[in-house]
Each structure stands twice: as C-alpha cells, then as structure tokens.
Design a binder for this molecule. Structure first.
Ligand code: NAD
Length: 489
C-alpha cells in the first residue's frame, strides 16, 4: 500500500520514503539524515530499507522489465528527454537540497553538477535512439550485432555528488531497456528522492525506475545478492567494491565498479607554472572529496620552490565557509566520522615523520571544515601517498626526469585519473601512453565528453561506462548470422 511521508527541508518538500513500483513506500524503521553545514540540524528521518524492501523493489523491476524492454529505443528516449527537461526546470530546488544534505557548494551544484544530471539523460536518450548496429559480411554470412536489454539493474552510489553520479549510471541502464533499482548512500539520500518525484511527473511506467533508501550492509547487500538482478553498477570505495564483486560473482552477474582514486598531479619545468599552481589549488574544492582529484603533486625538482610559492598563494585564496554562500570555495566535510578519518590520516603521517607544510587540522571555526593541507612525505611508501584520504589533503614530491615522474605516478595501486602540466606536445603524448589511469588530463581538469569511456585501472575500478561502452555493459550482445542468398524479400 502506498504511504508517503514528506519532510519540509528548508522550504522544499522531500519524500523520506522509498519509491517502488511507481509508489512511495515507507519502512517501520528510519535513519537520521543530518546537514554537514550544521551538524545539529536534522534534515529527515529516512526510511531504512532491508531485505523486504529489496525484494519488493526487484520484483517491481522484474515485472516492469517485460514492457519497458519491448519499447523501441526511440520510445524510451522520449521518457529520458522528459525527465531531463524536468531536471532542468528544477535545478535550483535540487541544488539547494543537495547542498544542505552533503555540503557541496550550492553555486557549483546549480551551474554545473545538477544540470549534468539532465545532460546524462539527454545524452543517453540520443545515443540509444541513434545506435547503429554493426553489420559486416564474412564466411558467406551477413553478420549483425544486436543488443538485448539485460534485465533488472541495481545501481549503488556514494555520498559525494549523489544526484550526478546516480543519473550517470541510471541513464544508460534505462536507455538500454533495463529497469533500475537505485540505492543512494545513507549520508546524502535526499536528492535521489527528489529525482523520483520527477520520474513520477515524467510518467515512467511503474517499476521501471525504483529507489530504495537505507544502509549498504542491509538493503544494499540484499539488493546485490538477489539472483533476479542481471546487472550491478557501483560507485564507491574499493572495500565495498570487493564485497559487491563477491555478490555479483555468486550469481554470475556482470558488474562495473567506479572506485577510489589517488591521482598524480604532474608539473614539468616547461609548464605554465602559474596555471598549474592555480589548478592544483582546485584539488581542495569540495573539501577534496573528489575521486578524480590529483592528490599527489609531483613537481620537477628545478621548479619545485617556485611552484610551492605559487601554489601556497593560490591556496590562500580559498575561503572556508557556508556552502550556500557564493564567496565560499571550501565546504565542510560530509560527516563527523569522515572528518575524524581524514584527521587520523594526517596525524598518522606526522607520527610517521612526514612533514606537514600547512594545514593539518580541523578548522578552528568549528563545523566540519578541515584546513587545506599539504604534506611532504618521508618516502613514496608513506600511507598518505599510497592511500586515498578523500579530504583536503595533498602530498608533494619531486622528480628529476620524465622516467622518474612516470614511475612515481604509476606507483600506487589506484589508476583512476592523472593530471599533467607541460607545454611539450611529444611529452604529452608519451605520458598519455605511459600513465596507468582511466582518464588523463593534460593542462586541464574535469573536462568530460559523455561519449568517452570512463573508469579506473588497478583498484580504481572494473569495467568502463560512458557512451556506447555503458550501453554495451547494460545489454546482452548477440550476433545474428544469415547465410547469404537464403532469405529474400
Ligand atoms: P562506500 O563504498 O562506503 O559506499 C558506497 C555505497 O555502497 C553506499 O550507497 C553504501 O551504502 C553502499 N554499500 C556499502 N556496503 C555495501 C554492501 N555490502 N552491499 C551493497 N552496497 C553497499 O563509499 P562512500 O564512502 O560512500 O564514497 C566514497 C568513495 O567513493 C571514495 O573511495 C571515492 O573515491 C569513491 N568514488 C568513486 C568515483 C568514481 O567515479 N570512480 C566517484 C565518486 C566516488
């Protein structure tokens, strides 16, 4: 039976319930969702799903798959475009709630992050509708590659940029003809609930796009273990990626995992040092809670001192403050537990003998801010170099030549992104070939083409999403072979 329970979040009505089979559904138990802007500010008691809600959602998605998978990609594309239009019409509202819920800067959410959610649906609506199947002749047969929708798909997302990251995965899954059960993170559950209001307004058939709220080890684990689920797509930490991979393996279900990063930010002596220093200071944006950030500064020895001065100057321009205000550039961290985790990294680095150049503590103004921090590690083996902190903590190391730079860059278990500043084109090409990373940016950062493959090497992930790579993942591909001269008409 449909039961909605709506909460007033600073003037915006948000459902604190799941969305299953086209209806709002509550749970007997709830969990507290608080605002990182003022931790005493409770935003909502959100429905805490478990095995029952997981089963219910997969059943709804399985029933809806019958009809949704039979629609033409043009018909599905119309729903995706309608949803994209509704997101565009509601950007300010979604940005405001997301800002309160996870403290990303409201202006950046409004101008960049939430509109990207609309772009995700539009891009996949178009890609799927314009897909041309590969056809060729060989061995006396005409061959055609066809896509079959795979089935109910579980999508599990993390607390940083929940709206954008969820839409990035849900759009291709839906476009490919799958039905979706989305499970956002328990630290920032609200924007995905707003998305379900828009799904309802766009009149998606019931059960095509479902949302369940709750903890990862409860409803999340139940969803990824359900044998009726035919695809799992996950973004989050490597530790959870392993657990989800085990569950997927038990049911022989393909899964993709977009995991953590520890990207190098490489600065060569021939680079525009001022531009490099300013971009390096951008790594503190969103309080460093960005998987793609280049958190290991690797600087050519001959320019290290000059770069350090420019970088420190650029860092001093940052303003820690309330994420709703446009002057703020560094937001609070998501949660007191996360603040403690980030600080523990820094304190262990100190104990280990790594040198803290600046920062290195929670900001004295209170709230959940952590000061932008720069550390010179004792060695490349230091924990703070080798492990993802996911906070405003960078390390700086130097190199003497390109070979050493590449060795350092490729020396962690991660391989999500790399950023390089150089003015030498052949060096840019050589580094592109030599660096072990899913995305390499030369003299820029975060520029994304949605048709390009996206994912990580090493413990940064399995599989690729983006463009046709995502549509392939969410489909079962088959080959049709017709003997030449045997069919007519
Ligand atoms: P997390 O792994 O703790 O949680 C991610 C999601 O998994 C949450 O929804 C959580 O509830 C769920 N979950 C936890 N245990 C589960 C289980 N046993 N079964 C099913 N679901 C489970 O990650 P987080 O702390 O929310 O996010 C931060 C991490 O995400 C960082 O490592 C960051 O680098 C990574 N990240 C990666 C990308 C990328 O594109 N590669 C993007 C954003 C964030």
């Amino acid at each position: 039976m449909s039961t909605d329970r709506r909460i007033d979040v600073d003037g915006v009505s948000v459902s604190a319930c799941h969305f299953i089979g086209g209806e709002r559904v509550d749970s007997p138990e709830t969990f507290e969702d608080r605002s990182p802007l003022r931790w005493e500010w409770k935003l909502a008691d959100v429905a805490r799903g478990g095995a029952l809600e997981a089963q219910h959602a997969v059943s709804a998605a399985k029933v809806a798959f019958g009809q949704w998978s039979q629609l033409s990609s043009h018909e599905r594309s119309e729903y995706l475009h309608r949803l994209a239009d509704l997101i565009d019409e509601n950007v300010d509202m979604i940005a405001h709630v997301e800002c309160l819920d996870m403290a990303m800067l409201e202006e950046s959410l409004r101008l960049r992050v939430i509109p990207r959610g609309a772009r995700n649906f539009r891009a996949y609506g178009e890609l799927a509708a314009n897909y041309e199947s590969r056809q060729w002749e060989s061995n006396g047969t005409a061959n055609t590659v066809l896509r079959m929708p795979a089935g109910p798909t579980v999508i599990v997302t993390p607390w940083n940029a929940p709206f954008m990251l969820s839409t990035w995965k849900c759009a291709p899954a839906l476009a490919a003809g799958n039905t979706v059960i989305l499970k956002p993170a328990e630290w920032s559950p609200l924007s995905c609930s707003l998305l379900m209001d828009l799904v309802q307004q766009a009149e998606f058939p019931p059960g095509v796009f479902n949302l369940v709220q709750g903890f990862g080890n409860e409803v999340g684990a139940a969803l990824v273990s359900d044998p009726r689920v035919r695809r799992i797509s996950f973004t989050g930490s490597p530790a959870t990626g392993r657990l989800i991979g085990e569950a997927a393996a038990r049911n022989l279900v393909p899964f993709t995992a977009e995991l953590g990063g520890k990207g190098p930010f490489m600065v060569f002596a021939d680079a525009d040092l001022d531009a490099a220093a300013h971009k390096a200071a951008v790594m503190y944006d969103d309080a460093g809670q960005v998987c793609l950030a280049g958190t290991r500064l690797l600087v050519e020895e001959s320019v290290r001192e000059r770069f350090l001065v420019l970088f420190h100057e650029a860092t001093l321009q940052h303003v820690l403050g309330d994420s709703r205000e446009s002057a703020t550039t560094i937001s609070p961290l998501i949660h007191p537990d996360h603040l403690a985790r980030v600080d523990a990294f820094v304190q262990r680095a100190r104990t280990h003998g790594d040198e803290v150049h600046f920062g290195g503590q929670a900001h004295t103004a209170g709230a959940l801010w952590y000061e932008p921090t720069l550390i010179s590690p004792l060695s490349n083996e230091s924990e703070v170099v080798q492990n993802e902190v996911f906070g405003p903590v960078l390390t700086i190391q130097s190199f003497t030549d390109e070979a050493e730079a590449i060795e350092l860059a490729n020396s962690t278990a991660y391989g999500l992104s790399a950023i390089v500043y150089t003015s030498n084109e052949s060096r840019a090409q050589r580094l592109g070939a030599a660096l072990r990373a899913g995305t390499i940016w030369i003299n820029t950062f975060l520029v994304r083409d949605l048709t390009a493959p996206f994912g990580g090497a090493g413990i940064s992930g399995i599989g690729r999403e983006g463009g046709d790579y995502a549509l392939d993942f969410y489909s079962d591909l088959k080959t049709l072979q017709i003997k030449e001269g045997t069919v007519h008409g």
